[in-house]
Design a binder for this molecule. Structure first.
Ligand code: ZN
Length: 443
């Protein structure tokens, strides 16, 4: 490479020497430098062009994930594209999907090459695999492969001893006390109950519920609120299992009002098996219904994304998004994409009173989150002012923004608000904002 470059430079110099010196300064070395810089600039432009034209060059995915699916008592055909999309949007994963044959098919043909992957996401609740495939899966985990157990995957393989050690806790499919103790929290204390009898695996009607962190320092949990509202979902209860090398990261109270156990049931868990790391989420039911509020919940999305990264690598690099829910209410992403400030302001600029105020609520959340950061607050305010100045933005949308600026606006927004006094439809709202802003303020 070096030699080639040197020869090429030498040729360049020779060519230059034979042709001309710099027409401006008559200085050959300056001209040579300019010529080479011009060439480098052109090369840089070319590289930048290739980078933007071919997105594949930008793919920085660090890990390979395999989703295993193909049989389930759930809507696996609806679920795996959601799980795939959620992993792809982190830009951390390339994702393959391995489907088993349908029920009754020739299971011996199902032989994914697990060891090619950093993490295997189990979205499977069906017939037993061949002994060869089971052995390959166990070898993969023992040698340090990551596993994510998603929702009904902890119903699967009730009789496969090692699989139950990998999931820690499971339910249904004739599981019983022989599978291990009940494990849950009661009055903030961990209970491991090998004595009680009863069902193994249960849930009441779907509902929203509070998820409570039990370890706020684990990489998956760091930066998340200590409690948040989870979107409408089943609340898995009365799970049993070996629960060896298992840590419960979060629980949810199974309210008796929803036919629950009255216990704090495990929702998020991590386990070690050999050198392998396992992340287990019992949340995220996907049924036959058209919408799937459990997987649209930002709490599910983010813990699934973070848990999968941890299972693949032992660390979590993803930032906690602004729209992560808290105890104030569940937050949903109906299209599985994080709503940006630009999205919110665009929707508010088109707002009419017959439409949802979701984007306004989002905006309020964003403002609350940065309320102690004047620079970030001013940045939002500047973008809100742009909407106030937009002639195409609706009167109702501008009224929402004026209401918000009344308490968070700085002197920056005053000229734009004063301008709205000239608008008969907005005069009252603008006056209110300016009056409120005259109160005891720092800026
Ligand atoms: Zn379910």
């Amino acid at each position: 490479m070096f030699i080639v470059r040197n020869i090429s430079n030498l040729q360049t110099i020779q060519t230059l020497q034979t042709i001309r010196s710099c027409p401006l300064c008559k200085n050959y070395s300056t001209y040579k430098l300019r010529y080479i810089m011009k060439k480098s600039y052109f090369l840089l432009l070319l590289l930048a062009g290739i980078f933007f034209l071919f997105p594949a060059c930008q793919n920085k995915a660090a890990y390979k994930a395999l989703i295993v699916t193909g049989q389930s008592n759930h809507n696996w055909e609806g679920a795996y594209p959601i799980l795939k999309e959620l992993l792809v949007q982190t830009n951390l994963f390339t994702v393959d999907v391995a489907k088993t044959p349908a029920k009754g098919g020739d299971m011996s043909s199902f032989q994914p090459d697990f060891k090619k992957y950093n993490v295997v996401v189990m979205d499977y609740n069906g017939e037993s695999w061949s002994e060869k495939t089971k052995a390959a899966f166990l070898a993969y985990v023992k040698n340090g492969g990551g596993v994510v157990i998603y929702h009904e995957a902890d119903n699967s393989f009730a009789d496969w001893k090692e699989y139950n050690e990998i999931i820690g806790l499971g339910g249904w499919n004739n599981r019983s006390a022989k599978n291990g103790p009940y494990v849950y929290y009661m009055k903030n204390k961990l209970v491991v109950d090998s004595i009680s009898t009863g069902p193994t695996g249960s849930h009441g009607p779907q509902h929203e519920y509070v998820v409570k962190a039990r370890n706020t320092e684990h990489p998956i949990m760091k930066g998340l609120p200590t409690s948040w509202i989870h979107g409408k979902d089943e609340l898995y209860s009365t799970l049993r299992g070996p629960a060896k090398n298992m840590e419960i990261l979060a629980t949810a109270y199974a309210d008796t009002a929803f036919k629950g156990t009255g216990r704090d049931e495990p929702m998020l868990m991590t386990l070690r098996y050999g050198k392998g790391r396992i992340f287990h989420t019992v949340m995220g039911h996907v049924g036959k219904e058209e919408t799937h509020p459990a997987t649209e919940c930002v709490g599910f999305i983010v813990t699934f994304q973070r848990g999968t990264e941890w299972a693949a690598s032992g660390k979590v690099t993803q930032a906690v998004p602004l729209d992560f829910p808290n105890i104030g209410g569940a937050v949903s992403r109906p299209d599985y994409k994080e709503t940006t400030l630009a999205d919110d302001l665009d929707k508010i600029s088109k707002y009419t009173i017959d439409r949802s105020t979701r984007n306004y609520t989002d905006l309020q959340g964003r403002i609350r989150k940065v309320s102690a950061n004047p620079a970030a607050l001013l940045d939002i305010e500047k973008k809100m002012v742009k909407v106030l100045q937009d002639r195409d933005a609706t009167v109702e949308g501008k009224k929402l923004l004026l209401r918000e600026l009344a308490w968070m606006g700085s002197s920056y927004c005053v000229p734009a608000v004063q301008e709205l006094l000239k608008n008969a439809d907005l005069k009252e709202a603008a006056t209110f904002t300016l009056e409120r802003m005259k109160g005891p303020r720092k800026n």
